[in-house]
Design a protein around this ligand. Structure first.
Ligand code: GLU
Length: 423
């Protein structure tokens, strides 16, 4: 049976690169009806932290990458010690103080990487390898090999940055008399300006969550970093991707992380989501901002969400677009005020506010009629009043239709803002 593992070190948060590695392992396991192991490589007691472990597990769950087995290397030190002792007994390793060191025979090592094809390594440049450090902890490569073997891992799928570790690890397999698994090294992820930076994705998965990205969009985006479902398709759900996924089809060339593309994809998922579900996801953000209280009008909120859905790339975009509905006191920026409210429209605003305040049904249709009747009476173009009114009500020069906007804002705030716009 196929068995793969994702083996993060909890010395930091789960970043995009790590999440991509986890996803490709997960997809491979599901595609092959195999098993997906999550192994926390917490052998470095100094640098490993529980909060990182918690965050990694939470991010994995949030992304939907559930594991079949979970191990902590910190609980397996006895096993590493035993294996090191075995190599000492067999004369394949020697001691230097408390440290255990593997003798490296000179030979050529080749692997048939599932993505990169044949890779030959020259072990002449590889020095004898520390297996156990003098503090009694195993080195990464030793614990990794002992565990991959003990856990019956058939395929090691990891980032290309680990290629140089592969020959060392193969030597350890050989010394232990174990068969090495197959290897697949995933292409690097780069930013559009070269290295991966904070701006281009070197950010914790939890930060994306806080910024209002959807897990399904992130997963969809991650799978495109080195793989493609084919036929120019970009939006694909995880279940369909699993059906098409093949590790051999993963690219060798570095993948470029584009924040714009991720946002675009996220926007696509938002647009397709029913307003009810989207509202559920937005509510925690609104609560955090203090925009809604416990007894808010759910039905009204759903209507507001529906109105802004097409404009949103992230859930937090809603807060920026629709803030004017929730705040009591609107502040209109100087620049936008200068642009749209510099001409005195107090007379038109006063009449409009009086008329809309008398409306029994404060809905889009009656608001539009009131507005159109007024501009006809005043003999002005609708557009002359639309922009100033929008700015006075929302503080923004663009947004959904003006009459929809007035309707969701409600009579009280609409009338008040029209009255106060030129005070
Ligand atoms: N703990 C290693 C890392 O986080 C795992 C590398 C591997 O997959 O072998 O980079």
């Amino acid at each position: 049976m196929i068995k793969v593992r994702f083996a993060p070190s909890p010395t930091g948060y789960l970043h995009i690169g790590g999440a991509r590695t986890a996803l490709f392992n997960w997809m491979y396991a599901r595609a092959q009806a195999g098993k997906f192991v999550l192994r926390i490589e917490d052998t470095d007691r100094q640098r490993s932290r529980q909060e990182f472990v918690d965050e990694i597990l939470e991010s994995m769950r949030w992304l939907g990458l559930v594991w079949d087995e979970l191990y902590y290397q910190s609980a397996r030190f006895d096993i590493y010690r035993q294996q090191a002792q075995k190599l000492l007994d067999e004369g394949k390793a020697y001691k230097d103080g408390e440290a255990v060191i593997l003798k490296i025979p000179v030979q050529e090592i080749k692997i048939d990487d599932l993505i990169r094809g044949e890779i030959a390594f020259d072990t002449a440049t590889i020095k004898d390898q520390v297996l156990m450090k003098s503090d009694g902890s195993p080195t990464y490569s030793f614990a990794c090999v002992v565990d991959d073997a003990a856990m019956a891992i058939t395929h090691v799928i990891r980032g290309e940055d680990h290629i140089s570790n592969t020959p060392k690890q193969i030597m350890i397999y050989q010394a232990l008399g174990l068969k090495a698994p197959k290897f697949a090294h995933l292409p690097l992820i780069m930013g559009d300006d070269g290295r991966l930076s904070k701006r281009t994705g070197a950010v914790a998965v939890t930060d994306y969550k806080k910024e209002g990205f959807l897990p399904e969009a992130i997963v969809n985006y991650l799978m495109l970093l080195g793989w493609s479902p084919g036929g120019n398709q970009e939006k694909i759900d995880l279940a369909s991707a699993v059906k098409k996924f093949s590790i051999k089809k993963v690219n060798k060339a570095a993948a470029v992380f584009s924040m714009d593309k991720l946002k675009w994809l996220n926007g696509q998922y938002i647009k397709e989501m029913p307003a009810g579900r989207l509202t559920d996801l937005i509510i925690p953000f609104l609560k955090e901002k203090g925009y809604v209280s416990a007894d808010f009008d759910r039905e009204r909120l759903e209507k507001i969400v529906e109105l802004f859905k097409v404009r949103m790339s992230t859930l937090t975009d809603f807060l920026e677009w629709a803030d004017f509905v929730f705040v009591d006191q609107l502040t209109v920026g100087d620049e936008i005020r200068q642009q749209h409210l510099s001409r005195d429209r107090s007379k038109e605003f006063r009449i409009l506010s009086e008329r809309v305040s008398r409306l029994d049904t404060f809905d889009t249709a009656s608001l539009e009629k009131t507005f159109r009747d007024l501009v006809a009476e005043l003999g002005i173009q609708a557009s002359e009043l639309v922009h100033p009114v929008r700015v006075a009500l929302t503080g923004k020069a663009i947004g959904p239709g003006l009459f929809d906007t007035m309707a969701i804002l409600g009579k009280e705030k609409t009338v008040q803002r029209l009255r106060e716009a030129f005070l």
